[in-house]
Design a protein around this ligand. Structure first.
Ligand SMILES: Nc1nc2c(ncn2[C@@H]2O[C@H](COP(=O)(O)OP(=O)(O)OP(=O)(O)O)[C@@H](O)[C@H]2O)c(=O)[nH]1
Length: 446
């Protein structure tokens, strides 16, 4: 799995540098067809559904079980949109795009001949066989799946040996715990608070043995994450519920959109995608190929188009169709690139011109292998576009895992989903208890 993942990351980097076309294998890797819907069913049976009762901070109450909806619409080409209001044109021109933008009237970009036309919905890419995934089963449903996928993390490996190295209840055990937490990227602040709390309780003889202390640690870790374990609730009154995805390059935004789209489609929600990652050609094609295979419309303007204009088009189209959910992709950008960060604000404002309540969720995708840098990423993205939910990806493989605690402690922004693998079924609704138990030794009773 690891070597496979590294290979794919290298390919992504190579692809960016050479601007070569994408292969069918790459597309298959990014958007595998559902090979095992039974996995998804089993998972849904065991995990909380995103349609849980609305959170206290949800923008509007959502129906817990939306009425059955019409089947997903087939891809098609939209008729020309109505004229663009002058204030939107003004918004679209707020920020100079890095390349010549299409006209504000959304004329097709003067792009490469194979770029899809601006009003084209769906893909003209060839069907892609999901061969890359045949030997990559989804993680088992429920807690076991989390444990299977996270056992390679630094966190799980450090804690795995803790018992054998330090079976006694003493300061050495606490020192080991402190080192393990810091190594796993939990962060100095959170680690100190946790360890000093445990030390006090140990001194007051609260724990009978080392096992009891680790049990207390488990409870503390779960308590840190519980407040942010708030599933995404789709407000069915939003029409459409607009989900804007943001994040730095290569964190898994486009892949996550494919996984989310499958989830929503399986829930019977009429859905549309906006291919707003206009920087990386393969990202547009990834969404289009996925839409093609799954009968989900994709609004695209091709590479180098103005992302705000794509979002605007898509929201108008989704409104016209009565679509329930619109997921908008954006290009990856470094949180330190101020111009590109400002562009996110522009996308947000342009969406707001069509629907003042949009976007209803700004979902930031964070790579779980990033470490403490994830904190400054979130700080900058939150300042630029107002992040309302997180997806932490790549928690399988080399992730340290601890950054999830640091993010929860510092920001308190809901963690909606966790990526624990590359298959669609591996995007799990974030579950604080399952996550902590997957990181700690099984003997703790998780
Ligand atoms: N192991 C693992 N890999 C993942 C996960 N999520 C995404 N990936 C992989 O991460 C790589 C990058 O994913 P993309 O979806 O292209 O990332 P992106 O954020 O859209 O990239 P940019 O458009 O460059 O910003 C792909 O190889 C994905 O398969 C996950 O949860 N686990």
């Amino acid at each position: 799995m690891l070597s496979f993942f590294r290979r794919k990351k290298n390919e992504t980097a190579a692809e960016k540098s050479s601007e070569r076309g994408f292969t069918t294998e790459e597309l298959a890797a990014a958007f595998p067809d559902a090979q095992a819907d039974t996995h998804a069913d089993a998972q849904q049976a065991q995990e909380p559904s995103p349609d849980l009762p609305p959170r206290a901070d949800a923008p509007a109450p959502a129906a817990p079980n939306p009425a059955p909806l019409a089947p997903a619409p087939s891809p098609q080409v939209f008729a020309a949109e109505p004229p663009v209001p002058p204030e939107v044109v003004a918004a679209l021109h707020e920020i100079e795009p890095p390349v010549p933008p299409p006209a504000a009237s959304f004329a097709p970009p003067a792009a490469a001949p194979d770029a899809p036309s601006q009003q084209t919905i769906s893909a003209e890419t060839e069907p892609v066989a999901p061969t890359d995934y045949i030997d990559k089963p989804a993680a088992p449903a429920g807690k076991q799946g989390w444990r299977d996928r996270l056992r390679g993390s630094v966190f799980a490996r450090s804690f795995g040996g803790l018992f054998s190295r330090n079976p006694r209840l003493d300061d050495d055990l606490l020192d080991e715990i402190e080192t393990a937490l810091i190594t796993a990227d939990v962060g100095v602040g959170a680690t100190t608070a946790l360890v000093e709390g445990l030390r006090k309780r140990m001194k007051s003889r609260e724990f009978a043995d080392a096992q009891a202390l680790l049990g207390a640690l488990r409870a503390e870790l779960i308590a840190m994450l519980q407040p942010v374990a708030k599933p995404l609730v789709i407000d069915v009154n939003a029409k459409p519920f607009v989900l804007l995805t943001v994040g730095v390059n290569g964190v898994g935004k486009t892949t996550t959109i494919g996984k989310l789209a499958k989830r929503f489609r399986d829930e019977g929600r009429p859905l549309m995608l906006a291919a707003g990652d206009t920087f990386r050609a393969a990202a547009v094609a990834q969404l289009q190929a996925w839409g093609e295979r799954n009968g989900v419309p994709v609004v695209a303007q091709g590479q180098n188009a103005d992302a705000a204009s794509v979002a605007f088009d898509a929201l108008q189209a989704a409104k016209a169709r009565g679509t329930q959910v619109l997921i908008a992709d954006t290009a990856g950008r470094l949180h330190t690139q101020q111009g590109l960060m400002a562009e996110l604000g522009k996308i947000r404002r342009v969406l707001g011109k069509v629907d003042p309540t949009a976007p209803h969720e700004v979902l930031m995708v964070i790579d779980g292998t990033t470490g403490q840098n994830a904190l400054s990423q979130l700080r900058q993205f939150h300042a630029a576009v107002g992040v309302t939910g997180l997806v932490v990806t790549k928690l399988d493989g080399t992730a340290k895992g601890g950054v999830v605690f640091a993010l929860a402690r510092e920001f308190g922004i809901p963690i909606r989903f966790a990526g624990i693998g590359e298959r669609p079924e591996d995007l799990r609704v974030f579950d604080a208890e399952a996550f902590v138990d997957a990181l700690l030794p099984e003997a703790l009773g998780g």
